[in-house]
Design a protein around this ligand. Sequence first.
Ligand SMILES: [Zn+2]
Ligand SMILES: [Zn+2]
Ligand SMILES: [Zn+2]
Ligand SMILES: [Zn+2]
Length: 492
Amino acid sequence: MSLEKFLLEQGLRISIDGTKGRCLVADRIFTPGEVIISQEPYSSVLDSSSGNRRCDNCFNLSSNLKRCSACKSVRYCCSSCQAYAWKRHKSECQMLIKLNEEKQRTPPPSLRLVVRLVIKRILQQSGVLSTTADDNFEIVEALPTHFSETQEERLVLYAQMANLVETIVAPSEVDLKDICQLFCRLACNAHTICDEEFRPVGTGLYPVISIINHSCAPNAVLLFDGKRGAVRALQRIEKGTEVTISYVELAGSTKSRQQALKEQYYFVCQCQRCMKMETGEGILEDAILEGYKCSVQQCNGAVLSGTDQPGSHCVTCGSGCDIKKFKLSESAANKLLDEANTATKSKDDAPARKLFEEAEEIQKEIFHVHSVHLMRTRDALMKICMSLKDWQSALRYCLLTLPAYERAYSLKSPLVGLQYFSLGKLQWFLGNSLEAMRALTRAKGILSVTHGSSSSLVRELSGTLQEATLESAYKDQSPYGLVSMGMDISSL
Ligand SMILES: [Zn+2]
Ligand SMILES: [Zn+2]
Ligand SMILES: [Zn+2]
Ligand SMILES: [Zn+2]
């Protein structure tokens, strides 16, 4: 079956746009939460830090992983995962054994991803592995490489890595230039595979999902179940509308989003949200997200920080502000944040908390209350307070981040949903069952769309919501208005 026919069966078609190239377009209506397309990766690899906690075949967490007895490098959750992976792992296994014998280090994930891709192509060409409409090398080859736009230093690095791939896989089977192009293709097409809470787990190439273009105000979202990628509609998508997802962190200003897109994906974004900047409408928004706050107390405006001039003006009221002074405070806060992050990495929670708090104090003076910088610091503080089991402080920081989250992302964003989930859990720990119920209901509304109502995250959420609902109903009926926390609901 051709890719076109395969897509048409799912209500999708490819159209060609003069500037964007290929686009994936809805050929029917998709409703919020509906899976638009889902796909297993053509090639994928776990991050080094996930390799000893997750199954190398399905990417799921397991406390009972069994190592491949031959290479002792990859782990599987069950015998069926191991059996399924064997055809693909066989040649990789021999390579890993050889490297072990020569006392060489295991190649980094980026290199292993290409090796796996090349091995899969060879296995499909020789008929050992079958091909399908959405799982064949032609659709990988159809992805753009941006070869001519790639920086020379990067190309030199790719050439060196290609040499390594050649020595690992039989040299007669590979062409160096082809491999270099594969590295380029992966750099701008591969996706970071994340868990349900957006923590990175690995990398994978999803050649059909890669057709979907970026928007800073996307109508769909990509999430993973194990390593399977699924794109769900965030809103109703009409027939004839292009399906879009986001490639970069969306909380930043237009300038930082565009910079990230240009650096990794080689294009200038012309989405709805970016176009607002051109018309002047987005300038205040950018100043609020990443600029400085206006010094006039009654003004809720902000000043763009990107300018190199010593003075600048508030976008709302026009009053002048001393950018130089703000920049000095900003670097002092950044220095504290660097130290705080180092402390967090070495699990020194108490000193990290103090450093983040000092940074927050400075940031409060210079940034708008909805600034993404302030939001990130408060988010870090919320997580540290949670790990220190200081629920009250964690709740305070969580509440402070929420308006900023809703502004920086969209109301339908899974990140907003996850933040409401955290809020609900904190309220629940603190015995505020009614507030917990409200926050969890809000979270469920968002996450059922982005993650699917049968996902383990939404099932966990629904369980907590049910407990909070029962408890607040019980509280309502209690003549004394008192209820002891942690009581087993089933015994009531
Ligand atoms: Zn498995
Ligand atoms: Zn092995
Ligand atoms: Zn954009
Ligand atoms: Zn102002």
